[in-house]
Design a protein around this ligand. Structure first.
Ligand SMILES: Cc1cc2nc3c(=O)[nH]c(=O)nc-3n(C[C@H](O)[C@H](O)[C@H](O)COP(=O)(O)OP(=O)(O)OC[C@H]3O[C@@H](n4cnc5c(N)ncnc54)[C@H](O)[C@@H]3O)c2cc1C
Length: 402
């Protein structure tokens, strides 16, 4: 978390340089807003599509390297196996998903960035291609799997509608900033939402968690949504759904403001469900979304197979305090959603009502200034000493990109 807080501003700068259009205040500084699980506004955002904009920024930076001849893309290829030569990972075998050809690719090292395993739960918010096949194949070649300790269930997904869907659609968590979650008080109440009077509704998160209300952390919201549905108070044809209602926000802020904040999400919801969230509440239900645990890696992100590196959600990595910032390649994402004044209890303390500062324990010695290699990493050694890690990430990334 210390390292994350230290580098996160640089990551935001890099994202801006890559073209991510973060929202800004009138004076030009980055704007921030609140997010689930937090009572302060600490999140940089790009309207209701922060993740998507980060993805587009990363993608166009990648394509710039493709145009420069630094990266060759092989899209729609599935990794079938890992090639090992003399005990080291030296390549992969792939299948062209269009033509079916089997190909081999050789390299000095192999880097897997193949995502998490949420899809083992059948339907999840992940793309269908993120199905754990690559890490499973590496596991069969000797890469150990570690610490599958946590699966994040995201509360704001569009409920399942039928037997033939391949994934669940996530609605942005930001909707919980202004939307109010409720179910009918009475079991089996099938009246349309507009016909259920206020005193017959149960705003269960506001009732149970008055301090956080609808902004309780994802796991708390998800558990409570499931509980009310299991009680028989769920809404929609399946009974597995709760209302996310913008009526009060529309009355308080007006349609123009809501449209400005969430217009793109409302449009997406309307297209998928054929219901208009401006006139009827949205329906949402939790879905598995993010997994921790994966192939074991050392500090340089190398698995137990020499030469096989695993980055992002596919590795087990060091788990963050709250599950945020769990995997290095996810950090840009997580940074965007948690960098500003990241209030981790152990790494930051509040200096005044407006400022956060790192809370370095008095006993911790100051961090040494060497090595000066750009991007060199430090790890916390025994008795609080800082020691340089054996490799520089910048150097390592440079090598693999070539
Ligand atoms: C809908 C959604 C919204 C999210 N929003 C946020 C957010 O706002 N903030 C945040 O911090 N995080 C968010 N996350 C989580 C974050 O996006 C992921 O943790 C992150 O993208 C993981 O990055 P990755 O590079 O490790 O893997 P991924 O981005 O999952 O990429 C894995 C890639 O590997 C490919 N692949 C898998 N298996 C194979 C194989 N056998 N052969 C070849 N290719 C393979 C997949 O097709 C995919 O392209 C969101 C996730 C989802 C699904």
């Amino acid at each position: 978390m210390y390292r994350l807080a230290e580098v996160s501003l640089n990551i935001i700068d890099q994202c801006v340089a890559q073209g991510v259009p973060f929202a800004r205040e009138y004076g030009g500084t980055l704007d921030n807003r609140s997010f689930g699980g937090a009572q302060v506004s600490r999140t940089f955002y790009a309207r209701g599509q922060t993740g998507q904009q980060l993805l587009l920024g990363a993608y166009q930076a990648l394509l710039r390297q493709v145009a420069a001849g630094q990266v060759a893309m092989h899209t729609r290829h599935e990794m079938l196996d890992l090639v090992e030569i003399d005990g080291r990972a030296r390549g992969i075998v792939t299948r062209d998903l269009i033509g079916g050809q089997i190909e081999s690719h050789v390299g000095d090292a192999v880097v897997l960035a193949t995502g998490g395993y949420s899809n083992v739960y059948y339907l999840s918010t992940n793309a269908k291609g993120c199905n754990a096949t690559a890490i499973w194949r590496a596991y069969k070649r000797g890469a150990l799997f570690a610490n599958p300790c946590f699966t994040q269930i995201h509360p704001t997904c569009i409920p399942v509608t039928g037997d033939y869907q391949s994934k669940l659609t996530l609605m942005s968590e930001s909707l919980r900033n202004d939307g109010r979650i409720w179910v009918p008080q009475r079991k089996g109440d099938t009246r349309p939402p507009g016909e259920i009077p206020m005193d017959e509704r149960d705003y269960f998160l506001e009732r149970k968690y008055p301090a956080y209300g609808n902004l309780v952390p994802r796991d708390v919201a998800s558990r409570n949504v499931k509980a009310v549905c299991d009680e028989g108070r769920g809404v929609g044809s399946s009974g597995y759904g709760v209302y996310l209602d913008f009526r009060s926000a529309l009355q308080r802020l007006g349609r123009e403001v809501i449209d400005e904040r969430y217009g793109n999400l409302f449009e997406m919801y309307a297209r998928i469900t054929d219901e208009d969230p401006y006139t009827a509440p949205m329906r949402i239900y939790p879905a598995s979304h993010y997994t921790m645990g994966g192939l074991w890696v050392d500090y340089n992100l190398m698995s137990t197979v020499p030469g096989l590196y695993v980055i992002g959600e596919a590795n087990f990595s060091d788990h963050g305090l709250t599950g945020w910032a769990p995997a290095p390649s996810c950090r840009a994402w997580r940074t965007a959603t948690s960098s500003c004044r990241a209030p981790s209890a152990t790494t930051w303390r509040r200096r005044s009502s407006r400022r956060w500062m790192p809370a370095t324990p008095r006993s911790a010695p100051p961090r040494p200034r060497w090595p000066r290699t750009p991007g060199a990493c430090w790890i916390s050694g025994a008795r609080g000493r800082w020691i340089p890690s054996t490799a520089s990430w910048a150097g390592w990334f440079g090598k693999t990109a070539a």
